[in-house]
Structure formats: C-alpha cells, structure tokens
Design a protein around this ligand. Structure first.
Ligand code: RAM
Length: 341
C-alpha cells in the first residue's frame, strides 16, 4: 500500500512537470491526443473462461473499462472453444463490422495469421495479449517474462517434490503460443534437476471436461507420478480437483498458473500450495490502452515508445514490439485471501 501511495505521489509530480515544465512542451508536441469513438474488439481464446472474462470486462476493470474511460467502444467476442475454428469467425465478423483495432489472444498463430495480416493491410490495428501471433500483429502485451514463468513453475515443483520424481504437464491447446513458449523454458530449466523426470505433456484445450479427463489419464498411466504443472487456469483447476478427489493430496503436488479465487480451496488444503498468476484485469486494461495509442497514431510499436496506461502508469515498448505487464504474483496459504480475481 505504502509503495502504491509513493508511486502515486511520484506520478502527480511527473504530471506537474509535464504540464508546466519544458519537458511538458516536448511531450505535448510529440504525443498526439487519443482518438475517441474507436471501435475495438477484444477477442480472447474463448468465451466462458473466467480468466478472460476478468481480463476483458468493464466490471472487473479490464479492457472494456479502459476503453470506456477513453471514450471508445470495447466489445468482447470469440467462440466457445479455444480453437482457431471457433475464434476465426469472430475475428472476421469484427473486421466486417468496421473494427479500428483488434486485441487478440491467439489460439493458433498459423491459422489466424492470414486473417490478421489482411486486417493490418486494411489499416486495422492488431494487438495481441496473453498469447502472441508474432508475425501478424503490431504489438504484443505480455503478462510477465516468458522465461520467468516457465522457470519458476519448474523450480516450484522441484522444491515441492524434493528434487526427485516423475512430473507431467497439463497444458491448454497444443497450438497455443503462450503455453508452448512457457513449456520450452520449463524443459530447459528441468536440466537443472536431473532426478526430476517429465514423463508426459497432455492437452486439456482450456476445456474443463477435457482437462479433467487428461489428468485422470495421467494418474492411471503413471502410478508413481509426484507432480503436475499446469500453465493454464482451466487446466490447473481441473488437475487440482482430480488429485483432491482421488485422495492423492500430499502424494501428487499440483502447481502452475491459476486464479486465486478458483484455486483458494486447493491452496489452503495443500493440493496446490503455490500458484502463480498476474492480475488478468490489468493485462486487459493495458492491452486496451496500447491498442488505443496505436490506433490513434500517438505511438508506433517501435522499441522505446512510451505512454501512460491510466491507473497502471507508464509503459515502454521493449524488444520484439512487446510490452511487459510486470512480475506475476505467487499465491500461497499466507496471502491467497487478499486477492479478489
Ligand atoms: C488460460 C488460458 C490463457 C492463459 C491462462 C494462464 O486461461 O490458456 O491463455 O494465459 O490460462
């Protein structure tokens, strides 16, 4: 709390310098005002996933809240399954409805890119958030360092299983950019733990039923399994429920990326003692500001460009046309009660 107040005081000081000082003249001359009335479509991997509902909604302070505050129209749309076949028609419909900007979490970059590229060639701003499509967007708003997420999940499970035993991964879709990037870093990090063996990676497709079935399959095929990493909020919840229901708490530890509200029961009962995530609403909010800045031509996506994302403060475009939200949280018994997402 103290650090937030200190930060607010610093921002107030900065805005005074901006408005009355020499720095302010330079800033005003180069940073064009944001356009109002932009039509922005937020297209998550799928609808019905509470992670994306939090990221996108007005009520949670996500993308649509940011767009409303800027005088723009934010609409969330996608299919019901986290597949390109389900997501693509929503992207195409948004383009035909006259979108100025698309904010997309990619289910499958290969399948989406022809449509996203044609949107860009028509002057539509394309921003990815959560899951990237690197060759067919202007900017990617990344939730946290990809390396840090992958490595910390392996370090966490290694610690919990005392650096020895079989582990498995319950991922989302096999084509998802974000999960695949995290898993690549997990595999490198695993080399530090020669006695920890990754025996399988299975795909729950961000569908609760499929994630439950693939986790049950793991328990049947690997009776000596000691740990599960699930880098998806849908997968980790299903995995924790399966392990808990099987009476395997203590025998199999579950870790990965989960929301504190959904995982609270399993964090408290020891099935999943450490869970990692960022605030999805902040991710959506930041992506909305980035899209509005780009669509208004107030910034380009070049490294070093910066802007103020409302209540979140100043962000600067880094390498590979990427903006980083910030370090994720680790939820444990000690703090999980303090989070409301
Ligand atoms: C799921 C989705 C999303 C991912 C989170 C952690 O909701 O797969 O893409 O970032 O989990």
């Amino acid at each position: 709390m103290k650090s937030r107040l200190t930060r607010r005081a610093a921002l107030t000081m900065a805005s005074l310098v901006c408005c009355f000082g020499i720095a302010g003249v330079a800033w005003a001359a180069t940073h064009a005002p944001l356009k109002k009335g932009l039509k922005v479509y937020i297209i998550p991997k799928n609808l019905g996933n509470s992670y994306f509902t939090t990221a996108d909604s007005a009520k949670t302070g996500g993308a649509i809240a940011a767009l409303s505050a800027l005088g723009d129209t934010g609409t969330e749309t996608s299919g019901n399954a986290a597949t390109p076949a389900s997501q693509l028609p929503a992207i195409q419909a948004a383009i035909s409805k006259g979108a100025n900007a698309l904010i997309v979490s990619a289910t499958d970059p290969t399948a989406l890119c022809p449509t996203l590229k044609s949107a860009m060639s028509r002057g539509i701003t394309v921003v990815t958030y959560d899951s990237d499509a690197p060759t067919c967007r202007s900017l990617f708003v990344n939730q946290a360092s990809t390396a840090q997420i992958g490595e910390s999940e392996v370090d966490t499970i290694a610690k919990e299983i005392h650096h020895s035993g079989q582990i498995a991964i319950v991922s989302a879709a096999a084509s998802a950019t974000n999960q695949n990037a995290w898993i690549a870093f997990m595999k490198t990090e695993l080399k530090k733990y020669p006695k920890v063996k990754l025996v399988a990676t299975v795909y729950g497709n961000d569908d609760p039923t499929t994630a439950t079935q693939v986790t049950q399959g793991l328990l049947q095929h690997y009776p000596h399994l000691k740990g599960i990493i699930s880098p998806t909020t849908v997968g980790i919840l299903a995995a924790a429920q399966v392990v808990d229901a099987a009476g395997d708490k203590g025998k199999i530890v579950v870790t990965g990326l989960g929301t504190p509200l959904e995982m609270k029961k399993y964090i408290l009962n020891g099935t999943s003692p450490d869970v990692i995530l960022w605030n999805p609403a902040d991710l959506g909010y930041l992506a909305a500001y980035a899209a509005a800045e780009l669509a208004s031509k107030a910034i380009t996506s070049a490294q070093g460009q910066s802007f103020t994302a409302g209540k979140l403060g100043k962000y600067t475009v880094g390498a590979d046309h990427t903006i980083l939200l910030g370090p994720p949280y680790v939820f444990t018994k000690a703090n999980v009660g303090k989070f409301n997402f």
